[in-house]
Design a protein around this ligand. Structure first.
Ligand code: SF4
Length: 238
């Protein structure tokens, strides 16, 4: 302590000042993270959303149609088709870009680390996965998780449109830049799209950051939290 108050040279004083600044900066960053974590750990109370029981029959013929789809070259590299999962009468549908490796392996959407974070987000909204529907624009995994190609989107998007027509949700939440920009036919960055409602096929759409992005950039959780709270308010208002 005495030493730090009485540096022996200007150089030492500069070093000690730098170390002090780093330590204070670290504490502020930790506090920010803590704030965000606390936010996530304070989920909204369970929602009384009037959702019908899961109705798999609603998708029966469409599932059969997609089951052996050979429309695009991804049919040759996929392990499983990832049609979608959740409540076929949900008020909220989460739409991502395309399945990843875990999803391709299991045939289910959002089951990897990003999927676990999505589950936390849904829980923080006062809901469970069985209360919502989760799917992707593409039903098959692009090799190496590359971005979907325009032709693949053109050929696969009709399946998504049919899913949405049958579910008839109140809100779509587009997860990530690619999904948001593809569905909204825009090049506007996600930073400018998120935080307000748009429309896709006549349905209100809220773009927000992809859970995989949140894993790399935890500070963006705050914005996602704001976006999903807007969704919940919209659902509650009916
Ligand atoms: S991505 Fe879509 S269009 Fe392409 S093979 Fe899979 S289901 Fe068919």
């Amino acid at each position: 302590m005495t030493e730090s108050l009485s540096p022996s040279s200007p150089d030492q004083f500069q070093k000690e000042l730098l170390s002090l600044v780093k330590s204070v900066k670290g504490q502020v960053l930790n506090a920010e993270n803590l704030y965000i974590e606390v936010d996530w750990k304070k989920p909204l109370p369970p929602k009384k959303i009037n959702i019908e029981a899961t109705d798999k029959e609603r998708f029966h013929d469409l599932c059969k149609e997609v089951a052996d789809c050979q429309r695009c070259p991804l049919a040759g590299t996929r392990k499983n088709i990832v049609f979608g999962d959740g409540n076929a009468a949900a008020k909220i549908v989460f739409v991502g870009e395309a399945p990843g490796a875990d999803e391709d392996e299991q045939g289910l959407p959002f089951v990897g680390r990003a999927g676990q974070l999505l589950t936390k987000i849904i829980n923080a909204m006062g809901l469970e996965r069985k209360d919502v529907y989760i799917c992707n624009i593409l039903k098959c995994r692009p090799p190496g998780n590359r971005n979907p190609l325009p032709d693949e989107i053109r050929l696969c998007e009709p399946f998504l449109k049919q899913q949405l027509q049958r579910i008839s949700p109140q809100i779509i939440c587009a997860l990530g830049s690619f999904a948001a920009k593809t569905l909204l036919r825009t090049e506007t960055p996600i930073t400018a799209l998120r935080g307000r409602f748009h429309f896709y096929e006549g349905i209100k759409l809220m773009p927000t950051y992809h859970p995989a992005y949140l894993l790399r950039n935890p500070s963006a959780k705050k914005q996602v939290w704001e976006d999903v709270q807007m969704i919940i308010k919209e659902i509650e208002a009916g």
